[in-house]
Design a protein around this ligand. Structure first.
Ligand code: ADP
Ligand code: MG
Length: 256
């Protein structure tokens, strides 16, 4: 079976002048169309490194990454990234120009077509009033919405999100999580979402991959998040189960 994304036994290393750092050790997981797939693990376990490799910015030392069966070799418009940093936008461009930019450059859309699409996605993230503002006039949460609109407007096979809400205050963060879920209900895009917060993983994901501390290895995969969340409301039980799997589980590679 061909998966939308197949991360197959991927080891990623950094070579520095003084050492060889193993960031992830033979990590495997598969993402299907429409999944809200979360990579969860402590800081330094290799989540960002994995996401960059899926993005095509790093090459696995071992294993392979495939999108729709094709080996990932370089960045591509089929995988768009949203980062944690508020400075991922171009400050000399307005909101609509920021969202149009990859549409013009990578998708090679004509100006009118790019602008139409950009404005449609800006509306989806509730920023219509700010479409012609420069991004430095926006709050952190609004900047992240622009970055999400820019990624979604490209209509990629998969949206890659690296702790996009981690630098926001708690209330805004919660609000952005709800917004992302609302967007997902609306368009059912596929997202690979990185976080070190168990609560955020449960709120965002329908599937969660648990990674061990450095070097990152798969500890477990939780595939019934939506069902358990729906049954238990705030999902406190699931949070405890994930906590135990991350920190106490003596048996790696369990599927639950
Ligand atoms: P996470 O996103 O889970 O916090 P990272 O993927 O950023 O983890 O990092 C995984 C490991 O790789 C860490 O030990 C980190 O120090 C190391 N690392 C990350 N980026 C580099 C780099 N550019 N050069 C060398 N080591 C790096
Ligand atoms: Mg990171």
């Amino acid at each position: 079976m061909t998966h939308l994304l197949d991360v197959d036994g991927v080891t990623l290393r950094y070579k520095t002048p003084s050492s060889l750092i193993t960031a992830t050790d033979r990590v495997s997981f598969q993402v299907e169309t429409g999944d809200r797939f979360v990579l969860l693990g402590p800081s330094g376990c290799g989540k960002s490194t994995l996401l960059k490799a899926v993005g095509g910015y790093l090459t696995p030392e071992e294993g392979e990454i495939r999108i729709k069966g094709r080996t990932v070799k370089r960045p591509g418009a089929d995988r768009m990234m949203v980062f944690q940093e508020f400075d991922q936008l171009l400050p000399w461009k307005t909101v609509v120009e920021n969202v149009m930019f990859p549409l013009s450059v990578a998708r090679k859309l004509a100006r009118r077509e790019a602008e139409e699409k950009a404005r449609a996605y800006i509306e989806k993230v509730n920023l219509t009033k700010f479409a012609d503002s420069y991004t430095h006039t926006l709050s952190g949460g609004m900047k992240q919405r622009v970055a999400i609109a820019r990624g979604m407007a490209m209509e990629p096979d998969i949206l890659l999100m690296d702790e996009p809400f981690a630098a926001l205050d708690a209330l805004t963060r919660r609000h952005m999580q709800d917004e992302l879920l609302r967007l997902w209900e609306d368009t059912r895009f596929t997202v690979l979402f990185v976080t070190h917060s168990i609560a955020e993983a449960i709120r965002i994901g329908n599937r969660i991959l648990l990674l061990s501390p450095h070097p990152g290895q798969v500890k477990a995969e939780v595939n019934d998040v939506d069902r358990v969340s729906a049954e238990n409301g705030e999902a406190a039980e699931l949070e405890k189960r994930i906590h135990d799997l991350l920190f106490n589980d003596p048996h790696p590679e369990t599927t639950v």
